[in-house]
Design a protein around this ligand. Sequence first.
Ligand SMILES: [Zn+2]
Ligand SMILES: [Zn+2]
Length: 252
Amino acid sequence: MKVTRKRINKKQSIQLFLPLSSQAYLSQFYRDKNATFSGRILPNLEKELKAMQDFFGLEVTGKLDSNTLETMKLPRCGVTDVARYGHFQGKPKWKQSVVTYRITEYTSQLSKREVDTTITKAFQLYSDVIALDFKQIYNGTADIMILFKAEYHGDFYPFDGPNGVLAHANAPGPEQGGDTHFDDDERWTLRSRDINLLLVAAHEFGHALGLEHSKDPLALMYPTYRYVNTNGYTLPRDDRIGVQALYGKCFL
Ligand SMILES: [Zn+2]
Ligand SMILES: [Zn+2]
């Protein structure tokens, strides 16, 4: 990888030069798409790089050091790490008590039954702690449409082959709201090897319910993938508090 660094004349404004892959990472996950001037998005690479380092609890150097580069290489969720909803705008959430979902395209790496069971389990992590139920439907349009597909799959965010981005999901809302896509170039498993579907699905459904990424490394909504034992898995504290703040607690 080649890093070009321009000699900076003290009087010139400081510009950070980064390899294209790092620029793409920052643009995808750290660019505040609302920060536009005359309709143009103004990238501030140093600011974005510092925001990224801060998010991951790295030393905030504003430089592309080895820890930062390593973190950028970790498999992760395709949703931005920049908070999209201000406190006063009201976060999007589902208003009904039963949210429907439909899997339109399955992965060939697991049986249909394994996928159905895993997706049900992932939703159950939430229905166990909030007063919301999920129902799988097999025809027509569901609130949350789910598919497994590689590369281009019908939206503006084509997947990127193995590793990198694993999946992404939209926040609650009409039309594509809540829709959840899994990159079928990943090796989906139900074990610790490769990419565990339950953990990724549970993370993505957090977005589909209105959660954003968390800086808490123990949270399910942490942006990078990390395997934890899925036997008897329950929603980590940070995520439970977050989703209950949106939907209220459920008392069984
Ligand atoms: Zn995510
Ligand atoms: Zn997609």
